[in-house]
Design a binder for this molecule. Sequence first.
Ligand SMILES: [Zn+2]
Length: 395
Amino acid sequence: MSNSSNFFLNNFFELENTPCECKKETVHTAPGVDPSFVLKVCANPNANSLHFSYSAQKGLNLSGNAGGIITENILGQLLAIKPNDVDGTISFLEKYGFIFPISSEMYETIDGTVLLEILNRIKATVKLMSAIAGKKDYKAILIYTTYLLFSEPIEMKLSSITYNTNFHEFTNLIRTYNIIPDLHRNQEFFDTECISIFDTLKGDFEKLDINEIAGMSEGSGVTGLTGSRDYYFRNLFCLYTTYNMANDNLRNIIDFYYNYQKKVSIIKNVEPTRITYYSSPNKENFSDEMKEMLVKIAKIVISEEINANLHNICPQLEINALTPTWKLNSLLEALYFSVFYMKPGVELYKECENPNCKHEKYFLINATVTNKKYCCPACANAAAQRRSRQRKLNK
Ligand SMILES: [Zn+2]
């Protein structure tokens, strides 16, 4: 067997990336308003190109020309960057190159917020996969799923490609769909002042009464339901009551968010790691049926995110040895492809429990290993010493 086919057996895929220069410009738009950031990025074709490879259990690595690993676990390093950390993101890009192919002749101008959002989405996808593996963390599942479904779609335009994050049918509908129930031709409403909607969460018909239908249809909201005048909640009501769909997945998403918000609390704002509500959430109403449906929705969202980011990857046969390879187009694809190869429920990314971790922060472990808390022996020692100091202080 030749070396190259061994290489393909050991490495699931490879990618060459060009190092880049990345300059930050601070834009002050108005007094008292936080500044925004524009990045000027340019590929540096004179520097040695960066070679990435993916192997099982080790994740995505930066390797040398001879195949030796220079840096392990690139995805774990990305996960450790905080959602709004522009400088941390720049140093990641300067180390590993830009996430898409860029010009080497001129600076390309990148909106800092757009770049952070694209990276926040892949982080949310990986953390969501980890949250559903092993012992389920429902709060995390809800936050990441909701962030991926509800946040504003964004677009990055570069000289060679345009990338868009509008992957989910629901994301588009919740912004646009506003058809209210037509009561004039509704015999049930004429007879009973109610309309029945088949609800997949309940597994039965849900009856909506005249107060709810009128309040939601007119836009004045429902008495006692704080936040029910919210624009997205109203569109969700329209989807729940009048949208005809053949797609079960979409119906589950709509039914979950309608029930969750009616019974727990209406969502005011969604950020990468946090949801805010119009009123204090009634957590006791977050039922087991809702949790089960949420996990199903999380799986739909993960698969849509990953599929959308992989669809330009092609299998290819290398000419000389006729060995099979994958042709990847960007570092972002390589990052998503390494999520694709993570075995759901088998491998997951865990955050090191040493608060001062300077090592891997997020490390890849087997989902069945529940007692590994630290990324390395040094962090385990540091945490043990910290605990013993704390015990002495408390004496
Ligand atoms: Zn650590």
